[in-house]
Design a protein around this ligand. Sequence first.
Ligand SMILES: Nc1nc2c(c(=O)[nH]1)N[C@H]1C(S)=C(S)[C@@H](COP(=O)(O)OP(=O)(O)OC[C@H]3O[C@@H](n4cnc5c(=O)[nH]c(N)nc54)[C@H](O)[C@@H]3O)O[C@H]1N2
Ligand SMILES: Nc1nc2c(c(=O)[nH]1)N[C@H]1C(S)=C(S)[C@@H](COP(=O)(O)OP(=O)(O)OC[C@H]3O[C@@H](n4cnc5c(=O)[nH]c(N)nc54)[C@H](O)[C@@H]3O)O[C@H]1N2
Ligand code: SF4
Ligand SMILES: [Mo]
Length: 811
Amino acid sequence: MKDNGVKIIKTTTWSPGPGCHGGCGILVHVKDNKVIKVEGDPDHPWNQGRLCSRCLSMTQYMYHKDRLKKPLKRVGERGQGKFEEISWDEAFDLIEEKMKKIRDDHGPESVIFHQGTGRDIGGWISMLAYAYGSPNWMFGLSGISCYTPRLMMMSITQGDFAVVDASQWHEKRYDDPEYQIPETVTIWGQNLPATCPDGFFGHWYIDLMKRGTEVLVIDPRCTWIASRAKLWLQLRPGTDAALALGFIHVMIKEDLINMEFIKKWTNSPFLVRTDQDSPALLRESDLKENGSDINFVAHDPVSDSFVVWESDNQVYQKSDIKPSMEGEFNLTLANGSKAKTKTVWTLYKENAEQYTPEAVSKITWVAPDKIIKAARIYAKSKPSALHWGLPIDTIPSTVPTSQAINHLWCLTGNLDNPGGNAIARYAYDVVTYPYHTGGSILSLPPDVMEKRIGMHDYGAIKDFRAWAQPDKVLEQIFSGDPYEIKGMWIQTANPIACTGMEPKKWRDAIKKLDFTVCVDLFMTPTAMLCDVILPAATFLEKDSLKAWWVPLQAIKKVVEVGDCKSDIEINLELCKRFMKDFPYDNVHQLFDTLLESADMTYKDLCDKTWMIPPKGHPSKPYFRYEKGLLRQDKKPGFRTPSGKIELYSSWLEKWELDPLPYHEEPPYSPVSTPDLFKEYPLILSTGRRMGPFFHSEHRQIPWLREQQRDPVLEIHPDTAKKYGIAHGEKVCVENWLGKITVKALVTPVIHPDIVMAEHGWWFPEKEGKEPELFGVWDVNVNQLIPMSHEGKAGLGSPIKTMLCKVYKAKG
Ligand SMILES: Nc1nc2c(c(=O)[nH]1)N[C@H]1C(S)=C(S)[C@@H](COP(=O)(O)OP(=O)(O)OC[C@H]3O[C@@H](n4cnc5c(=O)[nH]c(N)nc54)[C@H](O)[C@@H]3O)O[C@H]1N2
Ligand SMILES: Nc1nc2c(c(=O)[nH]1)N[C@H]1C(S)=C(S)[C@@H](COP(=O)(O)OP(=O)(O)OC[C@H]3O[C@@H](n4cnc5c(=O)[nH]c(N)nc54)[C@H](O)[C@@H]3O)O[C@H]1N2
Ligand code: SF4
Ligand SMILES: [Mo]
């Protein structure tokens, strides 16, 4: 398209620029090789023309005077802020020399490849780490507490991930005849209009609400959506598992569950041995079908488990026997000994029994009648969809919490149904960012993978996600045990201002290493400490592709800025230097290989810009478990070890964790640390997102910063009054780990016993060298949150459930 010398190009987003998890369709106006305007693409089914302020500010971002435009080499001491511009050739040569030396002297595992959140990086940074030979590719957030716990739990429970079906799999969206508007959407700890995370666009809820969907909100804060909800439950932070189990209790008691679905598709009729220290699913080796006391116990070959069958004549006949859900059975095992067993469903009901509305109310602060009402709304709505956010990950007990919530849609059969929780796969099975082990562009031999940090501590780290465990990485940088860490490659992360808890430890860790590289777009508190800084291109300056979840889409290079290079080009160049016979010459060759499963080339994809999988494709809903579209063996069922939804989790059993969900107190809370609570009498929640900023980004962009100049602490008017704090005044937020000074935002949206601090703050306009580091130590709330508090699965951390005191700052 051409008009007055202005070319309009259709493309899609995926960091850097808006920062975000991306997905939106845009029209880019280009004049004289310069972007002059970005607007929403009205024809793109995802955002249908809408854009957030971060995308609308792209011109200010791309052409900002502070953008890094050439590679930099440190010439002073670390943190002194003395850098010299070098060419790309010099930068690549230097990195090659230094990193090869570390590899020769200490082994490739001694370099950590550190990424930030889920942006256009996972595929490319894992490729670089593996080409170099290091298994230590890492997302540096304590306990990997962002999305991974939810992904892991969905994967082991139902074999696939799921998200709310807001019609995103249909080009015609809400008007598609197959689609059904959810009667209710439950928004569990998510602030969607501001966040749009994890392959979801926040405004879809508003579209749904306009079409009649009611919302149920579970959040300690009255969010924009909560203020428009049918019911809002203001729970105590970190008690979500108890609340979900309270729902389950009510749903079972009032028969609001979908028993047909549960019988047919879950492992509820399986038998569990209960007379040992820890219960265990029965295996074929435990029992012979004909050798048991009762002849209606049948072996299920897919799952290698035992199922109890209902039968009038008590003779096992596959054709006329229905699985039975309930009971206790004394069996004779294959080795002749006796065993007590119960069905999964019997155990499940017993477990839920204790979570009465009254008991749950005491834990969660939500009134019993509200718990009952909410459970009824969720379970009776047809279809009913549930979306959950980051707070489910940011607690050490994230595994039982995500499990309990995941069960809600499994118990009601709202899985892969129109308007429920649809199974989400990469569109056309094109993997640009591997969310679990496998799917990476390169792989490493098992003996090298064995050295991945945290692998032997946690089953979930070993079996589910190929990342190193970040808390263990930080510990190992200081201990050198079992091997020394010597270098760090940091790309799309800002551990000093954002990803790192106890960021002063991360500062010391980075400074301790022999060689560090940071790839970023601006100088940050983290980049300031590194040896080489490489200038990355924005998404409008690079070619890339995305399939999270739909559509499959192209990101197109529209212009160039300075000497900036895309992350993928940087990594590909280094892969060639680190790995003999690296299979790709250029990024387009790599993209073409990734697109093989879609049977197209990158050029084809660019011509179309975006594509939605056709009906019948395994990456398109609905009811794929009935059609044999989910499992590799093409049988009906789910991609779990048993082929069933595992309400009783065989993976958790294998990892020696509790196979059923339960509530566990956060490590610091009025209940678990009452003495500490006397000194620090407020619950500190952190990281409530801000629309204009993405984490630690965008503080230098005028149109964005003018929306909010300073970091704030949300505090209830009664609490502010109690502590003599007025709106807008400077307050200290302090606990036993540290202190920050921010502005009080006195507001009734927050519970009187909770204060909410923002994360990711630093001031690009302030002094950058140490000790100031852009004022990060005055305002970074992560100084009040500990590392090494991951849960039993190696996942989760107390990011949103700390304690603090608040008082007026002096002066
Ligand atoms: N207290 C508290 N802390 C938190 C959270 C919280 O809720 N509370 N949330 C946590 C969560 S969920 C996450 S995911 C982390 C996120 O942490 P990060 O991912 O580290 O956050 P960002 O500030 O978005 O990005 C880090 C840096 O990457 C650069 N960058 C952005 N995109 C790109 C890109 O495509 N290429 C390159 N080379 N650089 C890029 C940015 O300029 C920025 O300097 O923060 C965590 N920190
Ligand atoms: N503008 C913007 N968008 C972003 C980001 C950003 O920095 N800025 N970050 C991106 C990233 S990486 C992520 S992970 C997502 C996160 O996005 P979301 O999943 O939406 O998470 P948050 O904004 O951290 O918190 C969501 C809500 O949870 C509530 N909450 C706090 N504690 C609890 C609790 O214990 N239980 C319950 N039920 N609710 C609680 C908060 O009050 C808040 O309203 O956002 C992404 N999108
Ligand atoms: S969700 Fe908002 S910030 Fe993210 S790509 Fe879309 S418009 Fe841009
Ligand atoms: Mo995140």
